[in-house]
Every structure is written in structure tokens, then in C-alpha cells.
Design a protein around this ligand. Structure first.
Ligand SMILES: [Zn+2]
Length: 509
């Protein structure tokens, strides 16, 4: 080629140009066809995993037949994962049984959940939807919580998505919202991932197994006391049951930790003519709590320098002046219900800002101390906001690691100020004196604090009056320590009472 003349040079130039053009065209054609193929592939992929899952479960007919049936499951819950165990940091595995009944044609359903509280006492709840009205019934006490229309719709959606056939029917009905195309490999399994959303627009991911084609799991993120975590509801391998192919159970994981692990006991079709669980409750049924009916964050000065705050978004709290400072009792917070297949409605989590503002508005002073009654998420989850405002957390030594984790999860890099109370800790003096006791032998939570203002004959408790064994234990504790209390204020009841009523009060749980 080095010896080539000008002619061959020009020829090779023409050839090169020709080659270049051909190459360019070829590339363009290739690229275009690739784009076309890719576009076709994407459009074909959009709902392909859904179609495959419908075929894998027995076709369209099996979706239409999934109208009326009951499913029973038994297994375990780890109360520590939901922030409700006896120990702050140790697993507490308790038995759990669930029965789900659903009657699609009449839009009625119920989920009965039977388990064990952290104190070992039984707990039985039944969530029921009848058309547009829904309620949560505490089967043990007969008390109910009525749901509004939106909460009811979300509750019904949560029931449906526990049943793969009904979940697939929902995806098919709203297939325009289904976005597939991604995949993931985990434990040598390949999953097709599809983005979807609840009826109210909360996003979540649906996972389909590439191997079996079956609907495999749902994932979404939700806030917890320890920060935002990935929630995963996963079906166990499908088996043939009384209602066709059905998962042999499910697991619920929170940030990779197993919260629920249940196995299918029985699945049967056709409910009886009048399932008793699907009857509406009497209109005069006693509600579980009157707190939510109180005006939001309504504040009452119950003794000089002591305020009781009702309905801090569902909970009560209290604060008291102490010198140039204020101490707040309990750090209320609220997190989504654990174990829901699709994201439940998000609501306010950490309630500390409500209290900090209230304290400033009424006293003009700052919160120096936050005293959570115990480590459960609804009493402890708000400590981050108080720590950010400079408050010292007063708690039992067992809660040290949890305190650090919760404060860190709230985005505070500085280590929290903590003061430990082992048996008793006193703040202030005279009428303003605050004694913080650790209640010995309380079965509900280790390191349970009880707050007593001896100069005011006032005390404040969280959960102790609501569980039968704890109520009796507290009554004994008050007697043994000879604490003078006229009014016992409670996180979970709207009105205070003399401690003697602990023996007559019907515990909530
Ligand atoms: Zn508790």
C-alpha cells in the first residue's frame, strides 16, 4: 500500500468514502433497528410479567373465581422489629395467628389477628370493612376504632393485596400505572420488578419470579423509629389449596429483619350465607379511645406550672416547669402499621415539634429534659426532635444504645445528652420537684419510667394502666413506695383518675 500511485490513491479514497458511507448507513440502520427493537421490547415488557403471573396462577378465570373465601395462617412475630417488645434490643418472638375472610361481590372483608403482647397477655383484634365503613375491633374488650372512608378504602386494599389473585386483578384493572422493565437477582433467583402505586398514589414495587412467573413480593419504604426502612412482604412458594394455587405463607421484613413469618394453615372457598365477622358493630359500641375526639393539642394547666396536653395527634403528653427549664413527659410518635402488604397511609411520625412549640408558646422557656416513659416506638420515637432542641434524654440504662440510634436516625450527628435513671432520679426541689422512678417488675417493658410530682400529688404513666398485669404491678409499686397521688395522668386515656381505679379500669389491651 505504501507503493500505491496517485490513481490507486484516489481509487482507495473513493472506496474509503464509499465504505465510510456504507458503514455510516449500516450503523444508522443498526442503531435505528436497535432503537425500534428496544422500544418494542420495552412496550412488550410493560405488562409482560403481569400477563405471565396471571397465566402462572391459572389464567383470567382464576382471578374471577377469587371472590369469596377464608384463609388461616399461623406463625410468629418479632415484637422487637416493630419497636414493641419487652426488651429495647433483644428479639421477642411471639405466636401469631391470622384469619382473612373476603367477599368481593359485596365488598366486605375482615382480618382477625391473634397474638401475644410484650407482657405475655393475649391480644385479639379484628379489622373489618363493610363497603365504605370500616372499624378495628378489640375482640378482648369489645372496644372499637371507627375508620373514615379513606382509611376504610386503604384497609380494604391491604386485605386484597394479601391475596395474589386479587392483587393481580387490581394490577390488570389499573395496568396503565404498572411500569415494568427492570430486574434483580437475589439468592440465585431473578425477579422482574414493576413499579405500581396504591389507589391513593403511594408508590411501591411488585416483584415477579422469572423462574415460576408467579407474583413473589411487594416492597416499599416507610419511616420507623430507626429511620426510613425497606418494608418487604413476600409470598412463600405456592401450593395447591382449597381455592386453587395459593402461597404457603408469607414473611414480612423490615430493613432485612424478619418481623412476621406465617405459614398457611387452611384456605377454603365460599363463606356461609351470613359470616358473623362481616356484620356491622352496634352503633353504641364503646370506642377504644376518646383522645382523638379531643381538640388537637389542647392544653390544661392542671397544677401551678404543670400542663396536660390532650391529643398530641392521638396521644397525651405533659410538661412541667422546673426552675428556668421545662421537662416534657413522653415523646409521642406514630409509625405506619407494620406488616401491611402495600404502603399504608403515611401520617405524622415524630410529634416533638408540637410539644416544643406548645412549651414555648405557654412558658417562653426551653425544654431541658425529655422523659420518655419507655422504649416503645409510640413513646420513644419523638426523642430526636427534643435532642435537636438541646434537651437531655432521661431514661433507663438499658435504653442507651436505642437512644443513640433514634437520635442518629433523626439526622443529628452530635451524641445525645443522656441521664440514666436506675431506680429513682430527682429533678428540682420543693413544689416543682419531679421524681422519675423505674417501676420494678413491670411486665410490659424493661426500664419502665413512672413520673411523680410529689409537691402536686400528680403522676404520669404510659401503657401501665392499659395492660392488666402492669396495672396491678403499678398499684403495688405505688403502695410500696407510699407515693401520694391524687391524679394519675395517662398517655392513652383522655382523663386522669385516682390510682385506686387501676383495679377497676378495664384495660385497653
Ligand atoms: Zn408500650
Amino acid at each position: 500500500m505504501e507503493k500505491s500511485n496517485s490513481f490507486s490513491k484516489s481509487t482507495s479514497f473513493v472506496t474509503a468514502k464509499k465504505e465510510f458511507l456504507t458503514d455510516f448507513l449500516l450503523r444508522k440502520i443498526l442503531l435505528l433497528s436497535f432503537i425500534c427493537f428496544f422500544a418494542f421490547y420495552i412496550s412488550a415488557q410493560t405488562t409482560a410479567p403481569l400477563e405471565r403471573a396471571i397465566r402462572a396462577i391459572g389464567g383470567e378465570a382464576s382471578l374471577e373465581n377469587a371472590g369469596s373465601f377464608s384463609v388461616a395462617m399461623v406463625g410468629m412475630l418479632d415484637l422487637k422489629v416493630s419497636g414493641q417488645g419487652f426488651f429495647a434490643a433483644k428479639s421477642q418472638i411471639q405466636r401469631r395467628q391470622e384469619t382473612l375472610i373476603i367477599d368481593e361481590p359485596s365488598r366486605r372483608g375482615a382480618l382477625r389477628m391473634e397474638g401475644i403482647n410484650s407482657d405475655g397477655s393475649p391480644t385479639i383484634w379484628r379489622n373489618t370493612v363493610i363497603g365504605d365503613s370500616g372499624f378495628q375491633l378489640n375482640v378482648k374488650t369489645g372496644r372499637i376504632i371507627r375508620m373514615d372512608k379513606l382509611q376504610t378504602a386503604a384497609m380494604y386494599e391491604g386485605l386484597r393485596w394479601r391475596i395474589p389473585q386479587l392483587a393481580l386483578a387490581d394490577m390488570k384493572r389499573r395496568r396503565a400505572k404498572l411500569r415494568c422493565g427492570e430486574s434483580r437477582t437475589a439468592d440465585r433467583q431473578i425477579y422482574d420488578l414493576c413499579r405500581f402505586e396504591t389507589e391513593t398514589g403511594l408508590p411501591f414495587t411488585v416483584l415477579f419470579s422469572r423462574q415460576t412467573g408467579q407474583l413473589a413480593a411487594y416492597e416499599y419504604t416507610a419511616p420507623t423509629m430507626l429511620g426510613t426502612k425497606l418494608m418487604r412482604y413476600e409470598f412463600k412458594p405456592y401450593v395447591s389449596s382449597g381455592i386453587g394455587l395459593f402461597p404457603s405463607g408469607y414473611r414480612f421484613l423490615v430493613g432485612g429483619e424478619i418481623y412476621a413469618n406465617l405459614d398457611l394453615l387452611d384456605a377454603r372457598p365460599a363463606l356461609s350465607e351470613k359470616p358473623p365477622w362481616l356484620e356491622p358493630p352496634p352503633t353504641e359500641s364503646k370506642p377504644v379511645s376518646l383522645i382523638a375526639q379531643q381538640p388537637f393539642a389542647s392544653t390544661e394547666e392542671v397544677a401551678p406550672g404543670v400542663w396536660f396536653v390532650r391529643n398530641v395527634a392521638g396521644y397525651n403528653s405533659m410538661f412541667a416547669k422546673i426552675g428556668d427549664c421545662v421537662a416534657v413527659f413522653d415523646a409521642p410518635a406514630s409509625y405506619s402499621r407494620f406488616g401491611e402488604p402495600v404502603p399504608p397511609a403515611t401520617n405524622l411520625t415524630d410529634r416533638s415539634a408540637i410539644m416544643i412549640n406548645k412549651v414555648r408558646e405557654i412558658t417562653g422557656k426551653k425544654v431541658c429534659y425529655i422523659i420518655p416513659t419507655h422504649h416503645h416506638a409510640d413513646h420513644f420515637g419523638g426523642i430526636g426532635g427534643f435532642a435537636r432542641a438541646g434537651a437531655t434524654v432521661i431514661t433507663a440504662p438499658q435504653n442507651e444504645m436505642l437512644t443513640r440510634s433514634v437520635v442518629k436516625a433523626a439526622g443529628i450527628s452530635a451524641a445525645p445528652k443522656i441521664r440514666f435513671v436506675r431506680e429513682k432520679l430527682t429533678l428540682g426541689a420543693g413544689d416543682e420537684r419531679i421524681d422519675i422512678w423505674i417501676v420494678k417488675n413491670d411486665p410490659h417493658a424493661e426500664g419502665m419510667a413512672f413520673i411523680h410530682l410529689p409537691g402536686r400529688s400528680i403522676a404520669f404513666e404510659g401503657d401501665l394502666a392499659d395492660y392488666f398485669p402492669s396495672a396491678r404491678n403499678l398499684l403495688n409499686f405505688i403502695g410500696q413506695k407510699d407515693l401520694k397521688i391524687e391524679n394519675l395522668f395517662k398517655v392513652h386515656s383522655a382523663n386522669p383518675a385516682s390510682p385506686v381505679y387501676l383495679q377497676w379500669e378495664e384495660p385497653f389491651n
